[in-house]
Write a protein that binds this ligand. Structure first.
Ligand code: GDP
Ligand code: MG
Ligand code: K
Length: 278
């Protein structure tokens, strides 16, 4: 078997370090002080000597505004064979915001839905099949702290990486509701930059979302000419006018709209949120 590379990606405090230690069997320090994962940490997934995993800094978005975000997104853009996206099930809406962006990367993903022990202990419930169907990627409920579900997670991760099973869902935006303008804008920009994105080896849906959000690094990497930049500005302005929100709010609202819809179908909230305990 050829070498396979995995990126462990997730929000801060989602249990990333705890899971990394379970996956690699290494015994590193787990703590809550900031900066603990800013250095790149690498390991081998237990039982699979060809599976190399990198623990990336905790982030909420693939934006280019902090060194953590830049480190993490550059690594993801370097095309690891698969992403293990750890999601804190106790804060599932906020955590899925990053997942939405990872789903645009055209890389196999498995979602590790962590803290399921706490969800259960607090009377919550998550319908895994519905979540999988809506996101279009495998979702494995785990408790990293209790080493529950980790073997199952490893099997899924190896599988999606080996067979390069990329996320199935390509659109998260309904053209018939208030996000119609955002939908049209995304499609327009994707169409316009398709060739540039290919040449630059940047996934086109990711590139389009980031361009609309005003991401200068992606704009430079795509090497658009002035004409194309102007056309994109025009498309984005048109969307802002129709949507009645600025570009960043429009994209964020589209993502959270989708997340809320999914969670309404799949999630019964736990009685208390861990946020109060931290
Ligand atoms: P990171 O910031 O994403 O690296 O998160 P850590 O691995 O440092 O974990 C954050 C906190 O959540 C720590 O106190 C962990 O012990 C705890 N934690 C991690 N995984 C779980 C889990 O599955 N269940 C519970 N109840 N706590 C967990
Ligand atoms: Mg950590
Ligand atoms: K931490």
């Amino acid at each position: 078997q050829e070498r396979l590379t995995f990126a462990l990606v997730g929000n801060q405090n989602s249990g990333k370090t705890t899971l990394f230690n379970q996956l690699t069997g290494s015994s590193q320090h787990v703590g809550n002080f900031p900066g603990v994962t800013v250095d790149k940490k690498e390991g081998i997934i237990r039982g699979y000597s060809y599976a190399h995993i990198t623990d990336l800094p905790g982030i909420y978005s693939l934006s280019p505004y902090s060194s953590e975000e830049i480190v993490s997104r550059n690594y993801v853009m370097s095309k690891p064979n698969a992403i293990i996206n750890i999601v804190d099930a106790m804060n599932i809406e906020r955590n899925l915001y990053l997942t939405m962006q990872l789903l645009e990367m055209d890389i196999p993903i498995v979602v590790a839905l962590n803290m399921m022990d706490e969800v259960k202990n607090n009377g919550g419930y998550i319908d895994i099949n519905t979540l999988e169907a809506e996101l279009g990627v495998p979702v494995v409920p785990i408790s990293a702290a209790k080493n529950e579900g980790v073997d199952e997670l490893i099997k899924h991760a190896i599988h999606v990486a080996k067979y390069q099973e990329i996320p199935q869902r390509v659109d998260f935006c309904d053209k018939n509701d208030h996000n119609g303008a955002v939908h049209r804008c995304l499609h327009g920009v994707r169409h316009l930059i398709e060739d540039h994105a290919k040449s630059a080896h940047i996934p086109v849906r990711f590139a389009a979302s980031k361009l609309i959000e005003g991401d200068k690094l992606i704009e430079e990497a795509l090497q658009l000419d002035d004409n194309e930049k102007e056309t994109i500005d025009h498309i984005v302005l048109q969307m802002e006018k129709e949507r009645g929100l600025d570009k960043n709010a429009s994209i964020a609202d589209m993502r959270f709209g989708f997340i809320m819809k999914v969670c309404k179908k799949a999630v019964v909230k736990p009685h208390i949120s861990k946020e109060h305990l931290r």
